[in-house]
Design a binder for this molecule. Structure first.
Ligand code: C2E
Ligand code: MG
Ligand code: MG
Length: 731
């Protein structure tokens, strides 16, 4: 899983979860809008329908009133005409029934009450009279009356003065037209005096209303109390004086309701379906987001893992360390950053193949994990480098104990490639908050401590100490300046003599390189050889030393000069050739050259090492096994590879007095070497006791500060000269 796809997964997930709620909100708002619009439209449709019906009904009633007025007007006009033609017949209109045929009734009302009923088919005359009982309008007009006027009256004039009205007695409705005597002119209408009122009416209830309703497509019209509702299907009826007297209502024909009845189920189903769809989409969204989140988590986990060991990688280690450091406070438990570097891992890799190397890494990871609490982190930072974050650290001893256990575990043999291999580890530790609080600093300090552990001889634990910073600075100096020093011929060689076992006679010299640094003074090889190896500078360095030693060696014709060869230099393909060239170019006798190899030289490609050694021996060069006892110390090497000499490591002499064990070991090694016909040399002889012990054991050669420190070649010149002259003077 790449960083990119993980990032995409994460951004998709975030996008989806961010989109979900706004979409849901939008969906709900849309649905609400649709429902509201629908309700509003249907309500509005009801109002429009009610208004239309009301208008239609009003116009239908107006038509009734108009036709009523027309009828009465033509009746009066007939009366006028009749009274002109037959004045003797005036005074009785009852004979003119047919002229009132479209009216339900008519009567003449005087100020004192009813005078004459002209027609009453509906039996309403009493009601109408009662309705007109309070004829204030009539009385007022009487008061206004100045007297009869004799004006020419036409039916049209009469019609104009007639005021149509709707009257209701609460149960029935009447369309009423009335005409005042003075408007008609009593002179011409014999049955109507000047102050009298002619009233004609038509009942609007019953069949008429039903007919109107039928014509206008309304369900049965009824009289109802006046309602205030704007949407009510009611028509307010006013009398001529602007007073509402009744309301006609009809059964509501509401298209909005119809719409709701018909469309609501469809809308409901639609909305239900949409909600289902939305639910499905939301579910899909949710699942996708969840999947993406899971993918993201897996990707993140994979990103933070070292594929070979399954441990955290550098990225995750950094992340965790940052997190842990955020919790570190003064006075509270701190943490330790532990750097572990496997010793001789490369040898295993080279000797047994990469699979063995991979297996070894996994085994190492498992061993450490087995003893590490869950809260702590073990990471593989690369190659054979591991790191631990030890949390909840109450004391320095706690970190030390863990490191000792790890060291102990890692020095036990591992079963890889059908064999047992033994490696070791160098461990560097830095503590928070004591040494530093930031990740960068802590890691730098742990690395410094690790470097210290390695340079002190590996297989050890080293806690950061301030002086180590100096080491770190030195490392930087070496990295920056060593190449220049080699090419610029700035290195020098010191020589340390090897003495015969009685300590009297110089029997050989070991060339030891020194670097006189312009600012840092004389730098010893232990400080820069390892870095030269790491930086690929050990080949030019080694060639320089070899050439210079051969050159100098010619000054001491009777002594063999030993040159140290690093494992990397020895394994380099052109090594034998470079030795041959150095010998040829300097003219140094090959048999006076001794190469000091360590056991690391032969580990790995043993066949190639053997071949190179055979070639070197064919040249006449001597081979010594240096630092014997510190490495694999395998007898096989001694038997298989044709060494001339073994040099017992000075660490045996250092601890010899302290433990009897070392003395026994030295004893065995000397006897073993002698038995194999090798020259046995002891390094690091510093005391007379050591000298006596080694001499007694039968060690052939001795080297150490007791006899001489490594010195410049001029000093050797003097020592050699003194030695040459000494026997002569003794003689
Ligand atoms: P080595 O080959 O085992 O060399 C002996 C080291 O022991 C030298 O350290 C020497 O100064 C030191 N020594 C000798 N006698 C005594 C003693 O009595 N007491 C103590 N404490 N030390 C003693 P030096 O010169 O610092 O060299 C350290 C190592 O650096 C050498 O160990 C050798 O492995 C490496 N080295 C030195 N020169 C070269 C070189 O030209 N090429 C390579 N590849 N390695 C070199
Ligand atoms: Mg040596
Ligand atoms: Mg040595």
């Amino acid at each position: 899983m790449s960083l990119l796809s993980s990032g995409l997964a994460r951004s998709h997930g975030a996008l989806l979860s961010r989109l979900l709620w706004p979409t849901a909100l939008l969906f709900v708002v849309t649905i609400l809008t649709v429902v509201m619009t629908f309700l509003w439209t249907s309500r509005h449709a009801n109002e429009v329908a009610a208004a239309t019906q009301r208008a239609r009904l009003a116009s239908a009633l107006n038509q009734r009133l108009e036709s009523l007025r027309d009828d009465l007007a033509s009746f009066i006009a007939e009366g006028i005409a009749g009274s002109r033609a037959h004045p003797h017949e005036a005074g009785s209109m009852s004979s003119r029934g047919p002229s009132l045929r479209r009216l339900d009734g008519a009567l003449v009302l005087s100020a004192a009450g009813s005078r004459e009923i002209l027609r009453d088919e509906s039996g309403s005359s009493e009601r109408v009279r009662a309705l007109f009982a309070d004829v204030r309008a009539l009385r007022r007009s009487e008061a206004d009356d100045a007297g009869d006027r004799d004006v020419p009256v036409t039916a049209e004039v009469v019609r104009q003065s007639m005021a149509p009205q709707i009257l209701s007695d609460g149960t029935r409705l009447y369309a009423v037209v009335s005409a005042r005597g003075r408007d008609v002119g009593s002179t011409f209408v014999p049955f109507l005096a000047g102050r009298e009122l002619l009233i004609a009416w038509k009942r609007l209830d019953g069949p008429i209303l039903a007919r109107i309703a039928e014509i206008h497509g309304l369900a049965a019209l009824t009289l109802a109390p006046v309602s205030k509702d704007a949407t009510s299907t009611g028509l307010s009826l006013e009398n001529g004086r602007g007073e509402t007297v009744a309301e006609i209502t009809w059964l509501p024909d509401r298209p909005g309701d119809l719409m709701q009845q018909r469309i609501l189920p469809i809308v409901g189903v639609g909305l239900g379906f949409s909600a289902l769809m939305f639910g499905a989409v939301a579910l899909h969204f949710h699942r996708t987001t969840k999947n993406l989140a899971e993918t993201d988590a897996i990707a993140k986990d994979l990103l933070g893992r070292d594929p070979l060991s399954g441990l955290a990688n550098r990225m995750l280690f950094n992340e965790r360390l940052d997190r842990e450091l955020a919790n570190v406070r003064d006075g509270a438990p701190g943490l330790a950053v532990v750097f572990i570097d496997l010793d001789r891992f490369k040898d295993v890799n080279d000797s047994y193949g990469h699979q063995a190397g991979d297996d070894l890494i996994q085994l190492v990871a498992r061993r450490i994990l087995d003893i590490l609490p869950d809260r702590d982190t073990l990471a593989r930072l690369g190659g054979d480098e591991f790191a631990i974050i030890q949390t909840q650290l109450a004391s320095f001893e706690q970190a030390e104990a863990l490191c000792r256990r790890i060291l102990d575990l890692l020095t036990r043999p591992f079963a890889v490639a059908h064999t047992q291999v033994t490696i070791g580890a160098s461990i560097g530790v830095a503590l928070a908050p004591e040494h530093a609080r930031s990740r960068e600093s802590l890691m730098k300090l742990a690395d410094t401590a690790l470097y210290q552990a390695k340079s002190e001889g590996r297989n050890r634990v080293s806690f950061f100490q301030t002086h180590m910073d100096e080491t770190l600075r030195m490392r930087k100096v070496v990295e920056d300046d060593l190449r220049k020093a080699i090419t610029g011929d700035q290195l020098i060689l010191h020589y340390q003599p090897l003495f015969s076992s009685d300590g009297e006679k110089i029997v050989g010299l070991e060339a030891l390189v020194r670097w006189p640094h312009p600012e840092r003074g004389l730098i010893s090889p232990s400080e820069f050889i390892a870095i030269a190896e790491e930086r690929g500078l050990v080949i030019p360095l080694g060639e320089w030393v070899l050439r210079r030693a051969c050159e100098d060696g010619k000054r001491w014709p009777n002594l063999r000069v030993a040159v140290n060869v690093s494992a990397i230099q020895f394994r380099h393909r052109g090594f034998v050739e470079s030795v041959t060239r150095a010998l040829e170019e300097t003219g140094f006798d090959a048999s006076r050259l001794e190469l000091e190899l360590t056991e690391g030289v032969v580990v790995g490609d043993e066949d190639a090492a053997e071949a190179a050694m055979i070639e070197l021996r064919a040249l006449g060069v001597h081979l010594a096994l240096d630092d014997f006892g510190t490495g694999y110390s395998s007898l096989i090497y001694l038997r298989r590879f044709a060494f001339d000499k073994i040099k017992i490591d000075r660490s045996f002499l250092e601890s010899m007095e302290a433990t009897g064990e070392s003395a026994i070991l030295v004893h065995s090694i000397v006897h073993l070497g002698r038995a194999l016909g090798l020259v046995v040399t002891a390094e690091g002889v510093e005391t007379k006791e050591q000298h006596r012990f080694l001499q007694a054991l039968g060690c052939h050669q001795l080297q150490g500060y007791l006899f001489s420190r490594p010195v410049p070649r001029e000093e050797i010149d003097r020592m050699v000269a003194a030695q040459v002259s000494a026997p002569a003077s003794a003689a």
